[in-house]
Design a protein. Sequence first.
Length: 135
Amino acid sequence: LVQMSEQPERIPDFAKQKFAQRVTLINRYIEDHGYTAKWKTESLVAWTEALELAKLRNRIAHNPLTFAWTNKAERGEPDYIGVTEMQGLDPPKDGPLLSKASIERSINQIIVLIKRLELLRQEWCGCRDTLRAQA
């Protein structure tokens, strides 16, 4: 955001906003300051994915958790997390249990997304710097 808006004084306010509000602002800057249609599309898709992944994060962060095993012996580390929905929202499609495998998949998706967003940021900065040098 700092690099796109070129207004570092806005960072304290930006940091206080909820994640979805920050993504809305970032998407606005992408629409206004993106250099190519391809870059805009890839960036907007990536930030949409970030919002989806944030739902799982929020579900885990804002509700009580119960750790469970699928076998009766209860050996080793738990392989499920039970999430008790306390916010009165519709129950998630995947039910109250999250498997260790599904959580690991989500973690890997987040890592891949972060790397994609960093590449998009670097591409935008390179285009911006090239255009400035030509001016």
